[in-house]
Structures are given as C-alpha cells and as structure tokens.
Design a protein. Structure first.
Length: 244
C-alpha cells in the first residue's frame, strides 16, 4: 500500500516539471513548506493535477470521500473509514466496481506529483522502512482518482500488484502505487480515452531501471518522533536487511 510519501519541492518546481499553474495564488506560500514525511492517516493537503482541469495544480485532501457526503461530514467519514484504509488507496482491481471508484474512474482521475514514497519491508518479524524514488531524483507521478465535496477535492492513490523489485520491498502485501511516465500521464488526464485505454494505462509498468531504493530510519514508524524532517530520507543500513 502507499500511506507515507515525501513532497519537499516548492510549487514552482512542480509547475515547471508538469507544465501547469497553481490554481490559487493564495495557497502558494502554504504549499512551499517542504514535507519530507507525510503520513496519509493525518489526511494532509497536497497538490494534484485533476482531469477536469489538467492545466492546474489544485489542493486536494488525501483520502477519498463519497460524493454524497457534505464538507461537514469529511472528518467523521475519515474516522469511519479507518478500518478500510481511510480512503488513502484505491485498488486498481476494484476501480470499475467499487461504490466510490466506479463513479469517478472515467471522468475524475488525477496525478499526484511527489518526490518519493516509503514502504515497509518485513525481516525476521520486524518492519524496516524503505524509501523509493526516481534514480535521477526526478518527480514521481502517481495516478489517482478524486471526488468533489463542495469546494474540496478528496483523492486516493491507485495501487496495484508490485513489480518484482518493489515486491522485494513491500514483501508482505506486495503492492505498489501506480507510477506513470510522461506519455501515460497525458493518457490518464485525457477525458476522451476508452475503458480499455484506461486499463492499458493502469497496467503500465514503470521501468525498474528508473527506481532507486534504500532503507531509512525507523523513526518513520514512531508516533513519538517528528519524522517530517529532511534527514528522514537519508539512508540508514540494518544488518541483514537488503532488497537488492
């Protein structure tokens, strides 16, 4: 699954890389704060590129909410949804039949630009966090879906069966987020593509040669430690723990 991510670049960086413009200048100062570790279960605000307005970066709340909810019901829904993952991830296998996903998969897809994400690796019944990023430190473009709740965008990151390399990292559930390249970003945001073309994009395999992975501090898992610090993405090695 994908519950922990890193987004430390300023909005201007994402605007250049994805050829978009922030939707509201008032949020630019807020989104300039680097976020080296965002825990999805805190339902943070993040920038997304929505299918309905593919030329903009818009603020979204991580955790998809059914469209029949009102803005006042968002927080209570998140509490109810904790046993189901808090709406943070949407399984690719359920996109056309889940009661929320099937309503938005055709017209409300989005891209979530990030620097990297964290996944747990289990070794001798203990969990060790790993950081996954582009080998050239380029952005990762995650595919998502979203709903509109009043003026709020709420979104989920799509996950799928992990590639052989990423399955070595997330070695229990063996899942990964759907990472797209430039061509597939354009497809994902294209409102004219068919269901079969949507499925083709979902089945895209991001090249493993473009990924680098290293273990990081267990502070990532500790609720008693502020892990939203620059050093959280630094490599920390553990004896006997390796995925290469």
């Amino acid at each position: 699954m994908c519950f922990h991510i890193s987004v430390w670049e300023e909005p201007e960086y994402w605007e250049r890389k994805f050829k978009v413009k922030i939707s509201d200048e008032r949020i630019r100062p807020v989104m300039r704060k680097p976020q080296y570790h965002l825990n999805g279960f805190s339902h943070p605000n993040m920038l997304v590129i929505p299918q309905q307005y593919p030329e903009v970066l818009a603020p979204g709340v991580w955790g998809i909410v059914p469209e029949d909810k009102s803005p006042d019901e968002i927080k209570s829904y998140y509490k109810e949804a904790i046993p189901y993952g808090g709406g943070l991830n949407a399984r690719a296998e359920k996109l056309f039949n889940h009661f929320i996903y099937k309503r938005v998969i055709r017209n409300q897809r989005c891209i979530i630009p990030i620097n990297g994400y964290f996944d747990p690796h289990e070794y001798q019944n203990k969990k060790f966090p790993f950081y996954i990023q582009n080998i050239k430190n380029e952005p990762l473009a995650l595919a998502g879906i979203y709903t509109l709740i009043g003026t709020y965008i709420t979104f989920a990151i799509i996950t799928k069966q992990a590639s052989p390399l990423l399955a070595k990292v997330h070695n229990v559930k063996k899942r990964q987020p759907l990472i797209l390249d430039t061509e597939n970003i354009n497809n994902w945001l294209d409102s004219t593509i068919s269901d079969s073309e949507i499925l083709e994009t979902i089945n895209f395999e991001y090249p493993e040669s473009m990924i680098k992975i290293h273990s990081v501090s267990k502070d990532l898992f500790s609720p008693k430690v502020n892990s939203n610090v620059k050093t959280i993405v630094n490599e920390v090695k553990y004896e006997g723990v390796s995925v290469i």
